[in-house]
Design a protein around this ligand. Sequence first.
Ligand SMILES: [Zn+2]
Length: 276
Amino acid sequence: MFYNKCMKIIDCHTHLQSEKLIKEYFANTDREFAVSMQALDSLIGNGNEFWDATKKFDNIFVCPCIDLLLPIKKQLEEIDKLSQYNKIIGLKIYTGYQPIFADDERLTPVFEYAMGKGLSVVYHCGVGAENLQSAKGYDYASCLPIAKLAKRYPDVNFIASHFDYPHFDDCAKLITEFENVFTDVSGELENHKNYSNKQLADKFICKIKPVLNKYDIDKLSDKVMFGTDYFGKNSNFYAVEEYIYICESLFGEKNLDKLLFKNCLKAYPKIQKFIN
Ligand SMILES: [Zn+2]
């Protein structure tokens, strides 16, 4: 592998929500920075420790989640207060886990807030939500409605997480077409113990590669980020090194620094404020 320990790296998508998880994540790795997505209390729980734990570490940036089933304005007010002490860089929306499309009108205050504060808007897209919420064959977790938003809010960056697995073509088209839309490779290696993480990585590469080959790989590599979805050793999401291997295999060594570091700074402009 071309990757070496001198390369700068940000894991753009983790769920490091407790001090224990943060220490566990950095104990066996030379990763420098990580973005932690707050999970919905109604979905995975453990939101309590999230704010205290993440603000203690200079190298953790956070994306609070918006629960679409609770009053949105009140949540934004709360986030505004927290932003005095916490390194907030984006807002996470769990489309698919909740029955709402990415461009739902009820989210307008979220986009306005993101625009005013220079925050990025991150969606759960694809994976994991396949069996959760769907209506009349339409998948709530689809990245496609983001196109409308990208046009309407050219100053807001949108991130369609997980390459919209398995709708890679939708996602590749979207990030190619819109300057302000990005994606990541996180969450593709959900381990149910039957395979090694390396085997899962190879399966994923085989599945996505034919789709990516229809596009200009160098151009695509400006819009894709390294991310893991790390949720702890005892979860189904604990692979880290294998995602670097995926980035390198799919986009080549000459593009690796973009995927591991530079693209994350572009996708989340707010990070600059905390890194320098
Ligand atoms: Zn996630």
